[in-house]
Design a protein around this ligand. Structure first.
Ligand SMILES: [Mg+2]
Length: 390
């Protein structure tokens, strides 16, 4: 063993080059590209209907405060002159495949996040370009010239920094975070910029005086872990710009879910509104998938951090947002907890994604076709009880 394996000696010092490409206002931009009458006008991509949500808004519409995932009715109030266009996912998917063809000229290491976003590992690139920045520029140029669309790109040594970078100069921008710039770039950012920091975590961090990534860096490691458990250690790594997650090519979606932690613990009866909201989010996200899911899952976390899940698998996937919502609400009836039980979180999910047109159950799952219902109950050990933050 006199000669060390070069892979072994390189491990830990090899700097990765990650590009995050994010199409600008993707669905709305495709609509404007394909219909000249829509160019320069506020365009909102959404189905009509009382409960429908905005799938995408053009930058002209965003100036009025319209954002994706907001109720379509609200968008209409904010921007009465907006042109509403129903989404055409067949066309968006076709364009998404074209962007992938462009990425493939430079790397096979492509991890799509949705139809309009992907991580690319270009540590080695097929075109032999000298830097990742040149790869990102070439990709943006090809998207502009060949597809008549714009994309923003971020270049960084890991995935989470590349994603922050792609957002930095959006729309139609390119931003590069060099490895030796990370320590200057991260500390001034608000903690909300870190992945996994939602409102609840941000509020708890703020109660300890932690508002920026720099504050988080300065927090005692024992305190970070004591208050936030394993999640805290992960946040600390991110604060120091560490993210070893690899780009995972073509990881098929296994499930889509959305969950919400309440400001205060609430009763089962009070969860209806949140269930409806989460079902809408999940439904909108599932429209971006080529594959379909038959299993609807309702998740509840009690005030004591016990997790309950109830699920229903039917021969056909839910056909509409309304049906998904009805199933999720019906699953709530299967929760049998003592009267007065309070809950801190609810989640709605779609599981078991399959190719459309494939045998709905597959042979292995035939037996559950008509009474496909499962139930699990377990204690969530990953999350420590919340200390009183007030
Ligand atoms: Mg986008």
């Amino acid at each position: 063993m006199a000669v060390p394996d070069p892979d072994e000696t390189d491990r830990g010092v090899r700097i990765r080059k990650i590009v995050h490409v994010d199409m600008d206002a993707f669905y709305a931009s495709v609509e404007q590209r394909d219909d000249p009458k829509l160019r320069g006008r506020p365009v909102v991509v959404a189905w009509r209907g009382n409960r429908s949500v905005v799938c995408a808004a053009s930058y002209e519409a965003r100036r009025f405060g319209v954002r994706s995932a907001m109720p379509a009715l609200r968008a209409e109030r904010l921007c009465p002159d907006a042109v509403f266009v129903p989404p055409d996912f067949v066309r968006y998917r076709a364009v998404s495949r074209q962007t992938r063809e462009i990425f493939l000229r430079y790397t096979d290491m492509i991890e799509p996040l949705s139809l309009d976003e992907a991580y690319l590992d270009v540590t080695e690139n097929k075109a032999g370009l000298p830097t990742a920045t040149k790869v990102a520029k070439a990709i943006r140029q090809a998207i502009r010239e060949e597809l008549n669309l714009t994309a923003s790109a971020g270049v960084a040594p890991n995935k989470f920094l590349a994603k922050i970078a792609s957002d930095w100069k959006k729309p139609d921008g390119l931003f590069v975070i060099q490895p030796d710039e990370v320590d200057a770039f991260l500390p001034p950012l608000p903690v909300e910029r870190l992945p996994g920091v939602g409102k609840v975590t941000a509020d708890r961090l703020a109660s300890f005086g932690v508002r920026t990534v720099g504050d988080l860096r300065a927090m005692e490691i024992a305190a970070t872990e004591g208050y936030f458990g394993r999640h805290g250690l992960r946040l600390r790594e991110l604060a120091f710009g560490i993210d070893e997650n690899p780009v995972e090519p073509d990881r098929p979606t296994k499930s889509i879910s959305a969950e919400d932690t309440f400001e205060r613990d609430i009763s089962l009866e009070e969860t209806e509104e949140a269930i409806r909201r989460m079902a809408e989010k999940v439904w909108a996200a599932s429209r971006k998938e080529e594959r379909i899911a038959r299993t609807v899952v309702l998740k509840l976390k009690t005030a004591e951090f016990k997790i309950l899940t109830r699920s229903l698998t039917q021969p056909e996937p839910p056909a509409s947002c309304e049906e998904l919502t009805e199933i999720a609400l019906a699953l709530r009836e299967r929760v049998q907890m003592p009267l007065g039980q309070r809950y801190r979180l609810i989640g709605v999910g779609l599981h078991n994604f399959r190719e459309p047109g494939s045998d709905p159950g597959g042979e292995a799952t035939q037996p559950e076709l008509f009474d496909g219902e499962t139930e699990t109950e377990r204690l969530d050990e990953a999350e420590p009880p919340a200390p009183d933050a007030r």
